[in-house]
Design a binder for this molecule. Structure first.
Ligand code: FES
Length: 163
């Protein structure tokens, strides 16, 4: 875990909002830990350390246990992520149709590697293994939007839709 990156908090933590999530929505219950973490990540796009520390106190769980859950599930991120998450499918069907070229082009455009976030926090680039629409490959997912049969020269136009 990169402690330095975790210290960066592009968003100030709104503790009243956290109270709403932890207390009102999930009843201060340890049983709801995963759902609370999902809600925090949805709000911040990652799990900010101060929010996890606050959560640990509120539900009386050791931080080690919270980190244990947060690091077990790959959907959680402990480091700041971009406002837009680009998932490039590198599953077999997409790979043979040029998925790797799409991924490489995005790395070059953003000057980042897989898993990293652009300096302006606009995009995070991730590779994934099959997102269930193999016949439409190569596919990329940006946030909740699927883009199919992507060509490298279409990328700039697609990315322009995401601020
Ligand atoms: S391999 Fe890409 S969607 Fe299945």
């Amino acid at each position: 875990m990169n402690e330095a990156a975790m210290m960066e908090t592009p968003d100030a933590i709104d503790y009243m909002e956290l109270d709403t999530i932890i207390e009102t929505e999930y009843g201060l219950s340890r049983e709801n830990l995963i759902m609370i973490l999902q809600a925090i990540q949805k709000r911040y796009n990652y799990l900010p350390k101060p929010a996890l520390t606050y959560l640990a106190t509120k539900i009386s769980l050791p931080m080690s246990q919270i980190y244990g859950v947060a690091t077990f599930y790959s959907t959680f991120s402990l480091e700041p992520r971009g406002r837009n998450i680009i998932s490039v499918c590198l599953g077999t069907a997409c790979h043979v149709r040029g998925g790797a070229k799409i991924h490489e082009k995005l790395e070059n455009m953003f000057q980042i590697t897989d898993g990293q976030t652009t300096a302006d926090h606009r995009f995070t680039l991730e590779s994934v293994r099959c997102i269930g629409c193999c016949s439409l490959g190569p596919v990329i997912k940006i946030n909740e939007d699927m883009h199919s049969r992507i060509q490298t020269d279409a990328l700039e136009k697609i990315l322009a839709q995401y601020e």
